[in-house]
Design a protein around this ligand. Structure first.
Ligand SMILES: [Fe+2]
Length: 448
């Protein structure tokens, strides 16, 4: 079954405000004139990832397509059901496909799917319906209603006066970059621009090259999109300045090909997404992928004549799928527990957890507190994370690669591996903060 058939259970009201998606009218695809390969960025590329790290912006929507998309987004039904505001001046719309047939039909149309797949060089599948068209809106206003009232179907070309500081803005040194260096939760991403960008500065993406230098990738203009292998390449999104509104909409993908490593996590979305729809979609897509992997294996196994090789292959498949299922399960953290930890330590600490851990690791009393915490196992003594920790320690000891939210790598054996490392490896930031607080390390961190 096509995962997007899931959408059929939603019934879209026939909204008079919404256009019917027509690829001939709304699409205007021109292939990207440049693709950055992993090789030219000096990044390791495995056989299980795309050799393309990202593309320059390319046209995807026509002018009519942009207007139709904006009209669909700004419907009362969508704003009322999908909007949240993490801070004044910013609106986030999620799950718009459940209220807008146009947005669903645009992203899932075979032509759109073919274009994004061609651009990044692998056949793609939307990771799950809840990740179609995650939309970030920067607009004037303090409340959702006020911000929504400032949105018009016609993109505004109005610019804002740039201060000398704005003009001197360097996203690589300025700490206010919109998202600091990071890996995405999903393997591939398409970012589509729905606002005018004339007069805007910033808004570009930087990819960290293998030699540590930053490769600039221009941000997309109105109706243009960029593709990025965001789960595999470390990148930074620069803040955009000088425009009155900025609307970008993002869809995340994974490879459709069997036997290709799926680096997805839901760490970044867990704190704010509606887990009542996120978790079932996550579980279904993961189980479907498992089923596809098993079907592919069984088909291929018929061709293998060497029994020794056959046995090796089956062991390897089972090991991989055990890891895959374990991650599928571990990522679905009890939402009440997540919210409890967020209210105790704050949302910034959740997203900042890897950096906090790095800082704390260099403090004089770190070794003592972390070692005692792990040796005594007072924190959640019966939790399966202790088994996960042991497994990772063994894997590292034998120099085997470890999969983590930061990609797959062979970890350095020179420093000890603690529960904090294990929980962050798994992208379980709230569980990490819980362990961190219990070990006394949070208190030590707060003192500095
Ligand atoms: Fe990203």
């Amino acid at each position: 079954m096509n995962p997007l058939n899931l959408l059929k259970r939603w019934s879209w009201g026939s909204s008079p405000e919404e256009d019917v998606f027509d690829p001939k009218v709304h699409l205007n695809y021109v292939p990207p004139i440049k693709k950055f390969t992993m090789e030219e960025l000096l990044l390791d590329s495995s056989t299980t990832t795309s050799p393309i790290a990202g593309t320059v912006p390319f046209p995807l929507l026509s002018a009519e397509g942009v207007r139709a998309y904006r009209r669909a987004l700004f419907q009362k039904e969508v704003i009322e059901n999908c909007a949240s505001s993490p801070f004044p001046g910013t609106l986030v719309l999620r799950d718009a496909v459940k209220k807008s047939k146009f947005i669903n039909d645009f992203w899932t149309h075979p032509d759109t799917m073919r274009f994004v797949s061609e651009a990044i060089g692998v056949p793609l599948e939307v990771v799950m319906p809840t990740e179609i068209g995650h939309t970030n809106i920067q607009v004037q206003g303090t409340t959702i209603a006020e911000m929504a009232s400032n949105l018009r179907v016609e993109p505004t070309a109005e610019t804002l006066e740039l201060s000398p500081e704005d003009r001197a803005y360097d996203p690589l040194t300025d700490k206010s970059s919109i998202i600091p260096w990071h890996y995405d939760s999903y393997p591939y991403v398409c970012v589509l621009m729905l606002s005018e960008t004339d007069g805007m500065i910033g808004g570009e993406t930087y990819i960290k090259k293998g030699n540590g230098e930053a490769q600039k990738v221009e941000g997309p203009q109105l109706g243009h999109a960029v593709m990025l292998q965001g789960g595999e390449v470390c990148h930074l999104a620069a803040r955009a300045k000088g425009v009155k509104e900025r609307i970008s909409t993002i869809t995340s993908y994974r490879s459709k090909m069997p036997n290709v490593y799926d680096s997805s996590y839901i760490t970044n979305v867990r704190p704010y997404a509606d887990t009542a729809s996120l978790y079932p979609e996550w579980a279904q897509y993961r189980l479907r992928k498992l089923r596809d992997e098993l079907t592919y294996f069984l088909d291929e196994a018929d061709k293998e004549c060497d029994p020794a090789q056959e046995r090796k292959d089956i062991h390897s498949l089972i090991d991989q799928q055990i890891d895959y299922l374990r991650r599928t399960s571990r990522q679905m953290v009890d939402p009440e527990y997540t919210q409890h930890i967020l209210s105790k330590y704050g949302k910034p600490a959740y997203y900042d957890a890897p950096r906090i851990w790095k800082v704390v690791r260099n403090l004089p009393d770190f070794e003592l507190l972390a070692s005692v915490a792990d040796a005594e196992r007072r924190w959640k003594p019966e939790s399966p994370y202790w088994m996960d920790l042991q497994k990772s320690i063994e894997t590292i000891k034998f120099g085997k690669p470890v999969q983590s939210v930061l990609g797959t790598a062979v970890l350095n054996m020179s420093s000890r591996y603690y529960m904090g490392d294990e929980l962050l490896r798994q992208g379980l930031n709230e569980v990490f903060l819980d362990w961190f607080g219990d070990s006394g390390l949070w208190e030590m961190y707060c003192k500095i």
